[in-house]
Write a protein that binds this ligand. Structure first.
Ligand code: NAD
Length: 313
């Protein structure tokens, strides 16, 4: 039996829950929120869709004890940034939220995989590892999974090919310092740099830089237009859960711990990694150019600086 516990039944959490019901990703889905009434209402609402679904998933509002035999605990709980609040103040409040979650999850006897979506996701994933003391391969953040999907969609539109045949990633912090290692981007098996050389009239690096910037600005644009982003990330979480539960060995740009990779240690950052039943199987270390390395270093510097500012006691 495949069991997922979702903590945080807000917009992101429920988009994930709805997508998992439609994609039949597990056998049991438990919903937990500090607002118990909300979790109960969401469970009722989803259950009423079962008759229209191919899934016979068991869905209910539960307690932290239900994590004991879960395969994955997905965390989408968090507090929103207040007017005038700094990022670090928000981080400290979200760390307090995570203390109230990670402790009870661990006390339940949970031995599965933590999957974190709460922002700033790279830092909250590192906080989860620190609070749980779980093996690092079993604490994963959504990282730049969604950003990479946005990139592949936009590149697909630009080059006129199916995004599934675009092999390109967004790496680094899920945030302002994220970047595209263009030296590694392929259309099918052809490097994008060769495509540009062969088609100078049709395609240009300037346009690709615009696409990269547009990926970086996506969340801001969606938030400006509709207040929050949730469908895309909900589906990204489903994909990571499926990679774990089906033991897929899929490559996704999740946030995971660098352990000497690229010369960094201890920092969680978005990087292509192989995901399977045990969590992170291996990080795929890319041959980045000097400029790309500088960008990754900057992401790690920003993430380390913010993590160092968190008050844990
Ligand atoms: P939301 O406010 O709709 O939901 C947050 C939920 O967390 C609420 O239901 C709230 O009751 C619950 N909660 C708060 N404190 C809790 C606690 N101590 N224990 C249990 N539950 C608690 O917010 P949202 O739009 O769903 O966003 C959730 C998080 O996901 C945010 O941090 C957001 O920035 C992040 N996010 C991440 C990505 C990504 O790519 N990783 C994308 C979009 C949003």
């Amino acid at each position: 039996m495949k069991k997922i516990v979702l903590v945080g039944t807000g917009m992101v959490g429920m988009s994930f829950a709805y997508a998992s019901l439609n994609q039949n990703v597990c056998d049991e889905l438990v919903l937990i929120d500090i607002n118990k009434e909300r979790a109960k209402g969401e469970a009722m609402d989803l259950n009423h869709g079962l008759a229209f679904s191919k899934s016979s998933m068991k869905i209910f509002a539960g307690e932290y004890e239900d994590c004991g035999d879960a395969d994955i605990v997905v965390i989408c709980a968090g507090v929103a940034q207040k007017n005038g609040e700094t990022r670090l103040q928000l981080l400290n409040r979200n760390t307090a939220v995570f203390k109230s979650i990670i402790g009870p999850v661990c006390e339940s006897g949970f031995k599965g995989i933590f999957l974190v979506a709460t922002n700033p996701v790279d830092i909250m994933t590192r906080v989860t590892q620190k609070l749980s003391d779980f093996p690092k391969e079993r604490v994963i953040g959504t990282g730049t999974t969604l950003d990479s999907a946005r990139l592949r969609y936009l590149m697909g539109e630009y080059f006129g090919i199916n995004p599934r045949s675009v092999h390109a990633y967004v790496m680094g912090e899920h945030g302002d310092t994220e970047f595209v290692p263009w030296s590694q981007a392929l259309l099918s098996t052809k490097p994008v740099s060769d495509v540009l050389l062969d088609n100078p009239q049709r395609f240009s690096m300037e346009e690709l830089n615009r696409i990269e910037e547009s990926v970086r600005q996506s969340a801001y644009k969606i938030i400006e237009a509709k207040g929050a982003t949730y469908y895309g990330i909900g589906m990204a979480i489903v994909q990571i859960c499926r990679a774990i539960l089906q033991d897929e060995n899929s490559v996704l740009t999740v946030s995971c711990d660098l352990d000497g990779h690229y010369g960094h240690r201890g920092v969680y950052v978005g990087t292509p990694s192989i995901i399977n039943r045990n969590g992170i199987k291996t990080l795929i270390e890319l041959s980045l150019t000097g400029k790309e390395m500088n960008k990754l270093n900057e992401s790690c510097r920003v993430l380390n600086e913010h993590f160092a500012g968190i008050e844990f006691d």
